[in-house]
Design a binder for this molecule. Structure first.
Ligand SMILES: Cc1cc2nc3c(=O)[nH]c(=O)nc-3n(C[C@H](O)[C@H](O)[C@H](O)COP(=O)(O)OP(=O)(O)OC[C@H]3O[C@@H](n4cnc5c(N)ncnc54)[C@H](O)[C@@H]3O)c2cc1C
Length: 500
């Protein structure tokens, strides 16, 4: 390779595709290309890491590998910290430019990106990060953010690139869970990784599953089928947000020609709005990376200082005595996914009923949800646990959620088989069954299934009063106003608020 042909290194992270991939396209135009995926020990040793993520990533990488090979690009695997990895590669193939997407990630990843820039400067290598979603780097303020988002989403999807001039080195191999010291995954029915699966999920959603989306997304009985289920594919970039947005818009325009008022259009609009929320939340972490570990509103930083391990363990095991909570927890463990409302209910329960600090709970669900995406995840945990100071306190009643979203106990009975024979009348609160009813249903409370570990009403009142007390302190409102200015959506909030 001559000096004019120094290597263009494409660093794949959460963008495991070749379509709508500007760094890859730009690298191919610039010279001979090598593609890299790095298993970073600093990432995989965090409390957020789980084998379910690794399995999804490896499945996606295997497919990416084949797609890159068709372009004549070799994908290599390395284990180590990125600066060590590129240092070793640089001595082998002389890197001209490292190409990557901008990534808004956790603090470890944030510092890693700074280190990579420092390494690149020291070694006279260019490190070019290109925008790959609607998040804006170095955003001055939130005004006009939605317009910027829309402009990005309306730009043309970047097509699959042309053939590349290859660079060849030792390929390395994918890491297994054992290589990274991870426990075997308890996720028995995960979504399969890779672009083929992503496109299949997108097309079944847009072709037929989306019609009842708005109505079906809240209940765990219907959400598994009628929510888009695109989240892990978006989290690992098997498909881009822009591809999904444009496919939905196209479908909406097509449907509008024969049905201009029905549920289809409402549903697709709601889906596109959620794609915007995805970047809206991530923008907050981009603007303030410490939101991973510090409450947005400093007066809520240490409100839950005593961590009750026994309560936490009962919650994790799906043994709280609240059927909807336990069913959701067990479904999460086994499938790696849950719909929004039930996620919010779980976090509300952990935060308000069990009074657990949001940080370890966020780490727990980061491990369990395959779609773990730091920008959405930590901000949702802050919001659902009431520490942002700018959102209404929303304490979900786990029994009301049963009446509203699983009155027959279909979902509960699937995941909590101890309750399989319980009459639907008692499915929300089986501990209210008489001793005779417990016998008839084969479920003795305290033996087959626990009594509730907390009293809902008492926990609700205590939590509500504690949060209110802080919110009403003289300084609190001023700080909230500053937070709203920095991070708030510029849309007017709805005045109507239903009971949760
Ligand atoms: C405590 C908590 C933690 C969460 N953590 C994550 C996470 O780590 N990763 C993640 O992708 N989603 C997270 N969500 C948001 C939401 O629950 C999931 O995106 C959704 O359940 C995924 O299913 P879906 O792809 O079928 O969603 P759909 O309803 O079909 O939505 C399409 C896409 O829009 C985005 N989206 C949907 N809802 C939201 C939302 N409320 N905020 C921001 N973006 C949204 C997601 O990318 C999703 O894939 C969290 C929600 C809560 C309450």
């Amino acid at each position: 390779m001559s000096d004019q042909e120094r290597t263009q290194l494409v660093w794949f992270k959460r963008d495991l595709r070749i379509v709508d991939h500007e760094p890859l396209t730009a690298a191919i135009a610039a010279g001979p290309v090598l593609a890299l995926y790095v298993y970073e020990p600093s990432h995989w040793s965090q409390p957020t890491a789980d084998a379910r993520h690794l399995n999804f990533i490896n499945e996606s990488l295997s497919e990416l590998d084949g797609c890159l090979a068709e372009l004549g690009v070799q994908l290599i695997y390395r284990t180590g910290e990125i600066t060590e990895v590129v240092d070793a590669l640089h001595s082998e193939v002389s890197i001209d430019t490292i190409w990557a997407h901008e990534e808004t990630t956790d603090l470890i990843g944030y510092r890693r990106d700074l280190d990579t820039h420092a390494w690149a400067r020291t070694n006279a290598v260019r490190f070019v990060e290109l925008k790959g979603r609607g998040v804006v780097r170095r955003l001055a303020d939130r005004n006009g953010w939605s317009k910027k988002w829309q402009e990005y989403m309306d730009q043309k999807v970047i097509p699959r690139p042309d053939k590349a001039t290859p660079v060849t080195v030792d390929r390395g191999k994918q890491c297994s869970t054992r290589d990274l010291g991870l426990a075997v995954s308890a996720c028995t029915s995960p979504q399969r990784g890779g672009r083929t699966a992503a496109l299949d999920v997108l097309s079944t959603f847009l072709d037929r599953r989306a019609e009842p989306y708005v109505k079906a997304m809240s209940s765990p009985v219907t959400a598994f089928d009628h929510s888009s289920r695109l989240s892990p594919y978006l989290a690992y970039g098997c498909v881009s947000v822009r591809e999904c947005y444009q496919a939905s818009k196209l479908r909406r325009e097509e449907i509008a020609t024969w049905n201009s008022r029905g549920s289809w259009l409402k549903s697709l609009r709601a889906f596109e709005t959620r794609l915007r929320w995805r970047d809206h939340f991530t923008q907050k972490l981009e603007d303030q990376p410490t939101l991973q570990i510090h409450a947005m509103h400093p007066m809520f930083e240490s409100i839950r200082s005593d961590f009750d391990l026994a309560r936490y363990e009962a919650f994790v095991a799906g043994q709280t005595g609240f059927p909807m909570v336990d069913a959701c927890m067990r479904a999460t463990t086994a499938t790696g996914w849950l719909n929004f409302r039930m996620r919010a209910m779980l976090v509300s329960f952990a935060s308000y009923h069990l009074w657990l600090d949001w940080r370890p709970v966020a780490d727990l669900f980061a491990r369990l949800w395959v779609d773990y995406e730091p920008g959405i995840h930590y901000l949702q945990h802050q919001m659902q646990s009431g520490v942002t100071g700018i959102n209404a306190i929303r304490i979900y009643s786990p029994t009301k959620q049963v009446h509203d979203h699983d009155p027959d106990g279909t979902f509960i009975k699937e995941w909590v088989p101890e309750l399989a024979e319980v009459d639907p009348v008692h499915i929300a609160e089986p501990s209210l069954m008489s001793p005779l009813e417990q016998q008839w249903s084969g479920c003795i409370i305290g033996e087959d299934y626990p009594a509730p570990i907390v009293d809902h009403l008492r926990a609700y009142r205590q939590a509500h009063d504690t949060i209110r007390l802080i919110k009403n302190q003289p300084n609190a409102k001023r700080i909230s106003a500053e937070i709203l200015e920095r991070h708030g959506s510029r849309k007017k909030p709805s005045r109507r608020r239903k009971k949760s």
